[in-house]
Design a protein. Structure first.
Length: 572
């Protein structure tokens, strides 16, 4: 039996971690890039709380992650506070708990406090690395936006702020600036825990929170910087989770049996219908199945594979946007998490190995779709996701086509493993240094800068490791066969009729690896039937610019829907 139960409410998607306890916990997540970094931490926190007999509900605010709507919709702040209230109501109704606590991270902490002020049934509030105020949070967003330097191309003007690809409308910025901690005593007088990031000096915030509850307990949030440094390099702060779990469980009443929700949750949009999916043995892998609203049986589906440890929504919610656009053309999709990433259970490995074989996970996704009558399958992956899609297609003939975006590695080797681990270990330190250099006097930003200089440093790590590894493989294999293994794999896919789309940013380091194996500009690949290469200008490795993501959606649409023969040129 799966350890989580999917739910849908208030146009939001959530995951219930069942437990037989009388105190329920609603987790109020961070926003945008911070939510990408902390997703796995919130999953592990929910699991720890459930093991302590506390039923937990995680959910996505409206217009974020898997929920309906978009980031530019109006009334975001009031809607998000309302979503928290709806989550509390659902947890009380479905889990039968007698009391509810709210745990909020970053912006989620401020939203949780505002939601609690309107209720009399909140017994406790845990505020994790909260901003000093909504105005201070907006200043942090603007500072982070300036730390991120990416090509903007010909992107249309936008009245608002774009942070790591996440758009925040001007009206939302104004509403956030007006958001502040409750000024009058809350009806429930909850216990309050305030956790400060790492060794940062306590902010003068505790005194402002006394209206929330009779006592304010303060504690350090150990490992905060390592958690927030990058979605792929993020380290789950186990010590902070243990501290928070003990606090949340203190004095909790006993409850009834674990909740079960018999109805299948669905989310209905203007042109799509989505349902959470649990696949693999005992439902160990979690994802979202999206299809057209028409109700017709889909014949084609795209499987979106994780890029690094970014969970299934994709960088800047890219996979969600693509899935719903494909639904307009009658193409279904499954965006899911590999083991140990996002919302999926961990495998025996403590840390997901992004470039080792996970064929069981990929096979589980394909089996799940084929059991629903879908035979025409496309795999879409960026970076390590492209690696997984490529090797899945080599071993599984059921795959019709693969779209590989900015693939950095075709053959995994020890030198690349060493460089990737070095990058992970130094990520937080590098970003902290960059923040200091920018004179950003905001503690949480020291773990979250995304400058072009840092991205370049990561690319240098990758290029060095890959060059060393692939030189060995290419020389060794050509010595006896005349062809390297990557070339033989491409030829095998072409003989089967598997269509291959290669997409690169026009200055991405993955182009060097393609040329290393497949000749100048990848000519030995594009000469094969069914293999097409597409370049997209003015983007970074993760497709942060919104205009680049729009062009990428169009390229994927043409590849899957129209079977268009895409020209080998930069997309305009």
């Amino acid at each position: 039996m799966a350890s989580i139960i999917p739910v849908a409410f208030d146009d939001c998607v959530g995951w219930l971690h069942p437990a037989a306890g009388g105190r329920g916990i609603v987790l109020c997540s961070a926003f945008g890039y911070e939510e990408l970094c902390s997703r796995r931490t919130m999953y592990d926190l929910a699991g720890a709380l459930a093991r302590a007999a506390l039923p937990v509900l995680r959910f996505d605010y409206h217009g974020t992650a898997d929920s309906a709507g978009g980031g530019e919709d109006p009334d975001r702040v009031a809607t998000w506070i309302g979503n928290i209230g709806a989550a509390v109501d659902l947890l009380r109704r479905e889990a039968g708990v007698s009391e509810v606590a709210l745990v909020g991270l970053r912006l989620g902490a401020l939203l949780a406090a505002c939601a609690a002020a309107d209720r009399d049934d909140i017994c406790a509030l845990a505020l994790l690395a909260p901003p000093h105020s909504g105005r201070a949070y907006v200043r942090e967003l603007k500072a982070l936006a300036h730390l991120l330097v990416v090509p903007d191309g010909a992107a249309p003007s936008f009245d608002g702020l774009e942070v790591a690809g996440f758009r925040v409308g001007q009206d939302t910025l104004h509403a956030l600036s007006r958001l502040d901690w409750p000024q009058t005593e809350t009806a429930g007088t909850p216990r309050v825990l305030l956790m400060h990031p790492d060794d940062a000096p306590p902010k003068p915030l505790a005194a402002r929170l006394t209206v929330l509850g009779p006592t304010i307990e303060e504690a350090p949030f150990e490992g905060y910087a390592q958690m927030m440094c990058d979605p792929t390099a993020s380290v789950v702060p186990s010590q902070a989770i243990a501290r928070l779990t003990a606090w949340a469980a203190a004095g909790a009443p006993a409850g009834a049996a674990k909740p079960t929700i018999p109805t299948e949750p669905v989310l209905v949009g203007d042109n799509y219908i989505e349902a959470p999916a649990l696949l693999g043995e005992n439902g160990r892998l979690a994802g979202i199945f999206c299809r057209a609203l028409s109700g017709h049986q889909p014949r084609k589906a795209v499987v979106f594979v994780n890029a690094g440890a970014i969970y299934h929504v994709g960088w800047a919610r890219m996979h969600v946007e693509m899935a719903r656009e494909l639904a307009r053309s009658g193409i279904a999709s499954l965006r899911f998490d590999l083991a140990g990433i996002g919302d999926s259970e961990a495998s025996a490995q403590a840390v997901p190995h992004l470039y080792t074989a996970v064929s069981d996970d990929m096979q589980a996704a394909i089996d799940w779709l084929q059991a629903r009558g879908i035979r025409d399958l496309t795999l879409f992956g960026t970076c390590s996701g492209a690696y997984q899609a490529f090797h899945a297609a080599i071993s599984d003939r059921r795959i019709t086509r693969i779209a590989l975006v900015n693939q950095l590695c075709f053959i995994w080797g020890p030198a690349y493993a060493m460089q990737l681990e070095a990058w992970r270990r130094t990520k937080a330190t590098e970003l902290a240094a960059r923040s200091d250099a920018q004179d950003v006097d905001i503690a949480p930003l020291s773990a979250r800068g995304l400058s072009a200089r840092v991205l370049l440093r990561a690319k240098q790590f990758v290029k060095f490791g890959l060059r060393h590894t692939t030189n060995l493989f290419v020389r060794g294999n050509m010595a006896w066969s005349g062809k390297n293994p990557v070339e033989r794999w491409f030829e095998d896919l072409a003989r089967r009729g598997t269509q291959v789309l290669l997409v690169y940013g026009d200055n991405d380091p993955g182009l060097h690896e393609l040329e290393r194996y497949m000749g100048p500009q990848g000519c030995r690949a594009t000469a094969l039937p069914g293999v097409t290469k597409q370049l997209i200008a003015n983007t970074d490795h993760t497709f942060t610019p919104s205009e680049a993501r729009r062009r990428l959606r169009e390229v994927l649409q043409a590849f899957v829907v129209d079977h268009a023969a895409l020209p080998t040129r930069a997309a305009e």
